[in-house]
Write a new protein. Structure first.
Length: 350
């Protein structure tokens, strides 16, 4: 156990992995009683219970009770990579060399491939002096088709004022696109239920239009006079019928290019439907994918719940989907002399 005046870190054995190893849970708890739980399976954020003014704990993320359910879930809380989001045709070129990836969504590669980083056991250590939990994964040359040996670290920190900070780093010995993100689904009301009543604001003047496969169709476009204009706060469900007519699958799964206009102000902010909790997002990443969980139906969650579509939303900080095949590909290429390094903070107020 690591102990500081305001934060404690404990761990416990959880469940066996598919190859017979043992996954663990790590609990970071502050003096208010807020508890962040992460696992070395997929460097996954499995639970976040926020201490409310009335003394109750409110569960703010969707998660599963068993590792088996995580294997079947749509990346609940996982660290995804090497390249989060989609790569068209499961291929890209770097420095004139074409690389073929393993397709796992039709002809495309999603979140790094069928195994990716989400379905592996990471090495874990408690960093006493912060304190924090740091996960490390060695991704070998050719992993899911990606070039070069990579060393990846993800560090979770909980502050006394209820901020979750995630620091991502990766070093490589060969040029390769990299795009790490956390895939947590939030429901700030603290109960399973449609998040359409959550009110969101995103500091973004442009977004990336996509086709039916959620792949880019052209360059980023202005959000002006579109359903994607979140520069002023509005309910998530206010305009989603304008982009998807099928009621069952209405929602957002789109990349917003962040303005980063003021470091002291959040890049995005979401308020719970009951107006009791506010999530503020700060990130060094150039974009954020807003996903409103329209394919959650049937996912087995905490306490034997079965999640339904739109029971949670994601704010996945990242580069743009299919950016390795775009004119701006070099922005997401990591090289031996240019490591990947980004951070994201989810700040909670109640």
């Amino acid at each position: 156990m690591a102990q500081r005046a305001d934060i404690s870190v404990t761990w416990e054995k959880w469940q066996a992995t598919p190859d017979g190893q043992t996954a663990r849970h790590f609990h970071l708890t502050n003096r208010r009683g807020t508890r962040l739980t992460v696992s070395d399976w997929g460097a996954t954020l499995t639970s976040f219970k926020l201490a409310m003014p009335n003394g109750n704990l409110r569960q703010l993320v969707l998660g599963c009770d068993t590792l088996e359910d995580y294997l079947q879930s749509p990346y609940l809380g996982a660290t995804v990579g090497r390249y989060a989001n989609r790569i068209r045709g499961a291929k890209f070129s770097v420095d004139g060399q074409e690389y073929k990836l393993i397709a796992n969504e039709g002809d495309n590669c999603l979140h790094g491939g069928p195994i990716g980083f989400a379905h592996q056991l990471w090495d874990a250590e408690i960093i006493d002096e912060i304190p924090a939990v740091r996960f490390t994964l060695l991704s070998p040359d050719g992993d899911e088709g990606f070039p070069g040996n990579a060393t990846v670290t993800v560090m979770y920190t909980l502050s006394e004022d209820n901020n979750i900070r995630i620091d991502y780093e990766a070093t490589v010995d060969k040029a390769c696109p990299f795009n790490l993100t956390n895939h947590s689904y939030f429901n700030l009301d603290g109960v399973a239920g449609d998040v359409g009543n959550h009110v969101a604001q995103i500091d973004a003047n442009s977004y990336l239009p996509v086709d039916k496969a959620s792949l880019p169709k052209g360059a980023p476009a202005s959000v002006e006079q579109t359903a994607f204009d979140f520069r002023k706060a509005k309910p998530l469900n206010q305009d989603w019928r304008k982009i998807v007519s099928d009621q069952r699958y209405r929602g957002f799964d789109h990349c917003f290019i962040l303005n980063h206009s003021d470091e002291s102000q959040p890049d995005a902010q979401v308020r719970s439907g009951d107006e009791q909790v506010v999530l503020s997002l700060y990130t060094t990443s150039p974009a954020v994918q807003l996903y409103t969980g329209q394919y959650l139906e049937g996912t087995r969650g905490h306490n034997e719940l079965v999640y339904q579509n739109r029971d949670g939303f994601c704010l996945e900080t990242q580069y743009m989907p299919d950016q390795p095949n775009s004119d701006s590909a070099q922005e997401c290429i990591v090289r031996p002399e240019k490591p990947f390094k980004h951070s994201t903070t989810f700040a909670f107020h109640c």
